[in-house]
Design a protein around this ligand. Structure first.
Ligand SMILES: O=c1[nH]c(=O)c2[nH]c(=O)[nH]c2[nH]1
Length: 296
């Protein structure tokens, strides 16, 4: 029996970077959370503490800031620039992974017009990417997280089997609410990532809104199916959608009925509905999902 070192990677996690584009008086800000990780031959550092192959996590962080000097652009492009740089930097570095979350900012409206240099955070939603370089081969995931949606009708849930612990009532009219995390795997690189992101986000929202839902599982599948139907450049989409339960409050103790209007919004526990929708002829994912925890 021998004990050996298995797969490993190391990098700087959650480098917070804000870039201000001052090229015109109407400033634009890009607010990112960047995590890098390197893959390759780092056995000596683990086995003997010899750091000759270690491109320090501090240098990785510095690289993120240096590369932002002349602008960031689309997060996928920024991730590819960084990933290619790291994967090219030393012979023993065979790959890199760059994960980026982008926080949205909107202009503060002053007198009916967007302010030049004053912004408000656009909420908890983030645009995301995970770029992986395996040698020189790139793999790109794009996505979003924290997209909280609710529909107040147009959702039912029934027909489930009943065992001795099943107490849930069947319903033909319930609130359906979730917080969408989605990542979609793109075929190749060089896409118009911003346009694609906006289109996919719209498709996800429109499908959630317009589908009469028989289960959150059905809603998830239809959202993914609609994205793949509209975008041949998307090979697969993975989604994680908590079922944010809204329970009808019993008002009878107060001598009142509840005509499906007063709810308790539970924050936990929540159903956790997760799934993948993909083309059966999708090109191989390679390491695209490696170290993406859970479904996405
Ligand atoms: O859409 C739903 N899917 C489930 O799997 C489930 N389970 C549950 O209790 N409520 C719901 N709702």
């Amino acid at each position: 029996m021998a004990i050996v070192l298995g797969p490993n990677q190391f990098g700087k996690a959650e480098v917070r970077l804000v870039h201000v584009d001052r090229s015109t008086p109407v400033h634009r800000i890009t607010d990112l959370n960047v995590s890098s990780a390197l893959r390759g031959d780092f056995a000596d550092a683990h086995l003997t503490g010899d750091n000759a192959h270690i491109l320090t996590t501090d240098a990785q962080k510095n690289t993120v800031y240096a590369f932002a000097r002349d602008g960031v652009g689309e997060i996928e492009e920024f991730g590819l620039r960084l990933g290619r740089h790291f994967a090219d930097s030393f012979p023993w570095i065979t790959g890199a992974r760059v994960e980026i979350e982008q926080y949205g900012w909107e202009r503060i409206e002053v007198g009916g017009a967007g302010h030049d240099h004053a912004f408000r955070r656009a909420g908890a939603e983030r645009r995301t990417t995970v770029v992986t370089l395996e040698g020189t081969t790139p793999y790109v995931l794009s996505g979003l997280a924290g997209l909280v949606v609710l529909k107040s009708t147009g959702s039912e849930f029934s027909g489930f089997p009943r065992d001795r612990y099943t107490t849930l009532s069947e319903t033909t009219d319930r609130i359906l609410a979730t917080e969408v995390t989605a990542r979609w795997r793109l075929v190749g690189v060089g896409h118009d990532y911003g346009k694609l992101f906006a289109s996919i986000r719209t498709i996800l929202l429109e499908t959630f809104a317009s589908l009469h839902s028989l289960a959150l599982q059905q809603t998830l599948y239809k959202m993914g199916e609609a994205v793949l139907t509209a975008h041949p450049e998307v090979a697969e989409i993975r989604m994680s959608m908590p079922n944010k339960h809204h329970f009808l409050v019993d008002l009878e103790p107060y001598g009142l009925d509840n005509p499906n209007t007063v709810f308790y919004a539970a924050d936990r526990p929540y159903g956790k509905i997760e799934g993948t929708v993909l083309r059966d002829d999708a090109p191989p994912a390679g390491p695209a999902w490696l170290t993406v925890p859970g479904f996405c």
